[in-house]
Design a protein around this ligand. Structure first.
Ligand code: GLC
Length: 792
């Protein structure tokens, strides 16, 4: 576009313009983020379930320039260009290149309600995000509906699913990224060039047209910006990164104890056992079947001694049980917390307990009431909670959820108190349910990090809960598809996510499928084995001994890697960059060379340094080639440096190819059977020399909020190649935390220089050469700072 002379430049907080009965507002909550709102007549209410008021209200000044029928608003490197006649908005990057070009302007509101907005989609853009929707990693060419749905046995073609995250990032082949978040919880639709080539369309059935464009320019920048808007997950308790064993259901105290005993006797490291609906009295939330679990506090205590914690399910449906002494119903009725029909009658729907009633989580007092329901279970020593069925799922009705005219009475945040239909609140029901749980647990145990697992959610829900992908199927296709779902969840803010290892429904997995799933699950952010009721067992010890040994090996490897995983989780809590990452997130340049996404679609990275490359055809494994982002990578298992960037793999059941970035410093710890047991001995630092060589040490107590008061230990370690060897530099430590390790074992991989001399002004450090692995090993004291150099 030509740069017409601009006549004026003013600083404004926001820009508002009305044309033809439509009002447009452009603002910038932060530099590099443009927010656009449009309403019929006047602007819609400025409120949100996803973006906190403090963020929405923190307007950055915009530089306003006018030129004829055009107004330009500059925020950081972004410029929003408004056509004052049509109210079309175009967002340009610092080079004047259009990222987002709205083609509709005020015509987006031409209907009587909702909106329909079309925009240009560049031909070479890939599209990611939208939570755990299936259909492949790249959303380009797809059309998706946001409507939280109980999707038992979903398939590659099922849409919508359990969560609604109307956020996506577009990334060009050149690795240039921008993102768009449509903050509208109603039923919405996003089409990425399916209905119309090179056209993006966003449609909504009600509510406001309110969206944010973030300018990247890298994919990681987009995620940081999205986290500025909707928040990053809080640092989860360390134990939630351990292995979690679940089943619908472990039905008795004795059965739970037997599972715990078997995990320990099989030497299968684990941190959590889940109890599904059958621990309850007639599937009534917040009850315990006293015949099956006569002493829950004792069970919790005994398990804790074995390093195991309990996570219990608490569904949102409260049994419709008047006059039966069921406290959640009685106290809820006394406080009028349940949803009602337009005529004022209580709404009841069938779920696990039979007829049930539903809290109106859009009211802050109701969320408090809900949070208080956890008092008994937290006092009993239950460590975490599982919020399921919160789409909400309703049985025996074709819609699988409650009628859309059920009335909510919003009383929350900066919303004006008002009545709203379930059509408006449906997609946030699960998010608000998990928020009520999270906030309640924080009130009950103010210095403990809450652990909540939710099935349904909405954008921003990552602030309250981890999630899983719901009722998947024990099939090879789901094993493969699950990785892509979890990658996209990570690109949508939900960094703590997993799927049911082994598959939840369908035929029981074969030993091969179960073993492969454990191998891949060991590298997922949440590692939880779970399966439907009335199926054969699928705990890790089920099946041939050779398989059990492989699963044990991978679970153990996860525990050894916990220092690295935890440091990545801590980074996530500050930046929003997920634990699980598609290759392009770390290496956007892989998109540049033709159809490189195709080659990396089944691969995933854990943090910045580990690349996992399962077979693209796990069901009939033939040889395959792994393309690494560049040369010089290392084999994680052998420590050996690889020759080129292509590796050909002949799959073997006992192995999963994992590669390490040259330049990585990966931390590992001695094996423990649970994060409750502090490792003894040394922290391992695996150094893989290369460019930008660095790693992070991070440790804290794993459970409390002490880290927010400085009770943590964080340290960057760097390496550089010198003429004679490698120098490792330990930067000064941050935080007041003390390490668990007595010293460090430094392993420098890719060493070819014979028996080394370690030198650090301390000339008698024990060093040894592992010629087979091409590694040199040096035992160091704990290093609070300083450097060592390993010389040939
Ligand atoms: C839902 C959940 C599943 C759980 C079952 C019983 O189907 O998705 O994980 O086991 O309900 O509570």
């Amino acid at each position: 576009m030509s740069a017409a002379p601009l006549v004026r430049a003013d600083a404004v907080d926001r820009y508002v313009l009305s044309r033809g009965g439509v009002t447009l507002e452009v603002s910038a909550p932060a530099s590099g983020i443009v927010r656009v709102r449009m309403g019929r007549g006047r602007l819609p209410e400025d409120a949100s379930w996803a973006v906190p008021a403090s963020v929405r209200r923190a307007g950055q000044p915009l530089q306003l320039r006018r030129s004829g029928a055009r107004v330009e608003l500059v925020s950081g490197s972004l410029t929003a260009r408004v056509d004052t006649a049509t109210l079309r908005v175009e967002v340009l990057d610092g080079n004047g290149q259009a990222l987002f070009s709205d083609l509709s302007g005020r015509a987006a509101l031409a209907g009587t309600r909702g909106f329909e907005l079309r925009a240009r989609l560049r031909g070479d853009d890939h599209v990611f995000g939208l939570g755990d929707k299936t259909g492949g990693l790249d959303r380009k060419g797809g059309s998706f509906v946001m409507w939280n749905s109980d999707a038992y046995k979903f398939t590659q073609a099922t849409d919508p699913l359990y969560k609604s995250v109307p956020f996506f990032m577009a990334v060009s082949d050149a690795g240039k990224a921008w993102g768009l978040f449509l903050d509208n919880p109603w039923r919405t639709r996003m089409d990425f060039g399916r209905a119309e080539r090179d056209t993006l369309s966003l449609g909504g059935e009600g509510g406001a047209l309110d969206y944010y464009v973030v300018g990247g320019p890298t994919p990681k920048d987009v995620l940081r910006q999205y986290a500025q808007l909707t928040g990053a997950p809080p640092l989860m308790p360390l134990w939630s990164l351990g292995f979690q064993q679940s089943k619908w259901s472990y039905r008795t105290d004795a059965e739970v104890r037997a599972i715990a005993a078997r995990l320990r006797s099989e030497q299968l490291p684990a941190d959590v056992i889940y109890m599904d609906i059958d621990y309850q009295d007639r599937a009534r939330p917040f009850t315990v079947n006293g015949a099956a679990f006569p002493d829950l506090p004792k069970l919790a205590r005994d398990l804790r001694e074995q390093g195991l914690r309990l996570v219990l399910i608490t569904d949102p449906h409260i049994a419709n049980a008047p006059g039966q002494g069921y406290a959640p119903y009685d106290t809820g009725m006394a406080r009028d917390v349940f949803l009602r029909r337009p005529d004022g009658a209580l709404y009841a729907g069938d779920v696990w307990p039979g007829s049930a009633v539903f809290p109106d989580f859009s009211r802050e007092p109701v969320r408090r009431w809900w949070g208080d329901l956890y008092t008994g279970l937290t006092n009993a020593g239950v460590a975490g909670f599982w919020n399921d069925m919160n789409e909400p799922a309703i049985f025996n009705v074709p819609s699988k959820t409650m009628p859309l005219d059920v009335v909510h009475r919003i009383d929350s945040d900066d919303f004006a108190p008002r009545r709203a239909s379930h059509a408006e609140l449906h997609n946030v029901y699960g998010q608000l349910n998990s928020r009520a749980t999270f906030e309640g647990l924080l009130r009950l145990q103010p210095d403990q990090r809450p652990f909540v697992l939710t099935r349904a959610s909405y954008a921003g829900g990552q602030r309250y809960a981890a999630t899983w992908t719901g009722d998947n199927v024990s099939s090879w296709q789901h094993l493969k598809m699950g990785v892509q779902q979890l990658l996209n969840l990570g690109l949508s803010g939900f960094a703590y996510a997993g799927n049911d290892v082994g598959g939840y429904a369908g035929e029981t997995p074969s030993p091969e499928l179960l073993t492969r799933w454990f191998q891949i699950g060991a590298f997922m952010p949440l590692f939880r084995s779970h399966a439907e009721t009335h199926r054969a067992d699928q705990e890790p010890w089920v099946g041939p001994a050779a398989h059990v040994a492989i699963r044990r090996h991978f679970i153990a490897e996860r525990y050894r890697l916990l220092p690295y995983l935890y440091a990545t989780a801590e980074e996530n809590s500050r930046t929003g960059i997920p634990l699980l990452r598609p290759v392009f997130l770390n290496f956007p340049e892989v998109l540049a060379k033709g159809d490189r996404l195709g080659a990396t679609e089944d691969q995933f990275m854990v943090g910045g340094d580990l690349l996992v490359a399962p077979s693209p055809t796990p069901e009939s494994p033939g040889d395959y080639t792994v393309e690494l982002p560049g040369p010089g990578w290392f084999d994680y298992w052998t420590g050996q440096r690889l020759d080129g960037a292509k590796v050909s793999i002949t799959p073997r059941l006992e192995s999963l190819p994992v590669f390490v970035r040259p330049g990585a410093i990966v931390t590992r710890q001695p094996l423990v059977q649970s994060t409750a047991f502090v490792p003894t001995g040394r922290l391992e630092l695996h150094v893989y020399p290369g460019a930008d060589c660095r790693g992070e040490l991070y440790a804290d107590d794993g459970v409390s909020l002490g880290y927010r008061r400085g009770e943590f230990l964080r340290q960057t370690v760097r390496c550089e190649q010198t003429a004679e060897g490698v120098r490792i530099r330990f930067e000064p430590r941050e935080g007041s935390g003390t390490p668990w390790w007595s010293g460090l074992t430094l392993l420098v991989h890719g060493w070819s220089g014979g028996v080394p001399k370690a030198w650090a002004g301390m000339d008698s450090l024990p060093a040894s050469l592992d010629a087979d692995r091409g590694a040199v090993q040096v035992l160091l004291p704990d290093m609070r700072g300083g450097a060592v150099e390993i010389r040939r």
